[in-house]
Design a protein around this ligand. Structure first.
Ligand SMILES: [Zn+2]
Length: 254
């Protein structure tokens, strides 16, 4: 028998492996991103089949064998059942876990990212809130907490303070002024409400982060910026965005 560990984490990715197994990506509280094989998880009625599921938050026992981790036991703390009751909510939640998968680092303590994701997955199915805004809030704050905070106070080129309305450039990494925006092909206007909301997302206490309403204009502006800012980091098209596009949640050219 190889080395065994106990950990608490959320399943942020799953892929079939052969006829009966699954390869899982787990965001662990204390170990960051970890890949593990769940033997028999695709077999109906198998012990792990009901536990090795995307979005599940679990206490897990893993065993290492020949350089691979195997999920041996799992006890579900929270299954996020509500995420699967609405396809739009499911698509936005998929973008959240795919982002977490990209941002998590192997072997790194990930309590902050994990708890940000857990709170976000609870809120994304909240009927009073917009799933687009909740998912955007998670992605922007997660990027920022991982050391990729966009500049939200001054023009990134000339340093001029920008208290209210501004422009923003995802590739430059934040705000740009009216003059400097001309040098950025991806520059876009950011309304006063969007700038205010962006600052709330970047700086407020995580425990109250998701509880706010925003206009459709603010949601669109911040989603657009966040998606492109994330793309700058990942440098690849995420499959969850294709899912959102197929549902008409993202207009074709955005
Ligand atoms: Zn400037």
């Amino acid at each position: 028998m190889g080395r065994t560990i106990k950990t608490r984490g959320i399943i942020v990715g799953e892929a079939p492996m052969g006829e009966q197994d699954k390869r899982l990506t787990i965001l662990c509280e204390d170990k960051g991103r970890l890949s593990a094989i769940a033997k028999g998880a695709k077999k109906p009625g198998a012990r792990l089949a009901s536990q090795a599921q995307l979005f599940y938050y679990c206490d897990m026992m893993l065993e290492e064998s020949r350089g691979f981790w195997y999920l041996r036991e799992s006890s579900v703390i929270e299954s996020f059942y509500n995420l699967r009751q609405d396809i739009q909510v499911l698509a936005w939640a998929s973008w959240m876990v795919e982002t977490a998968r990209e941002l998590a680092v192997e072997g790194q303590d990930s309590k902050e990212l994990l708890h940000l994701l857990l709170r976000g997955l609870k809120m994304v199915s909240e009927p009073m809130l917009s799933p687009r805004m909740t998912a955007t809030t998670f992605v922007l704050r997660a990027l920022s907490d991982q050391g990729l905070q966009p500049e939200d106070q001054r023009c990134i080129d000339c340093g001029r303070p920008l208290p209210r309305e501004a422009f923003v450039s995802p590739s430059a990494g934040g705000l740009v002024c009216e003059t400097c925006v001309k040098a950025h092909v991806d520059g876009m206007a950011l309304s006063e409400g969007s700038l205010y909301t962006m600052r709330h997302i970047l700086h407020t206490d995580p425990s109250i982060l998701y509880k706010f309403q925003a206009s459709a204009e603010i949601q669109q502006e911040l989603f657009r910026f966040t998606r492109l800012y994330l793309h700058n980091y990942t440098q690849r098209e995420m499959s969850s965005l294709e899912f959102l596009r197929n549902l008409g949640e993202i207009p074709g050219n955005r």
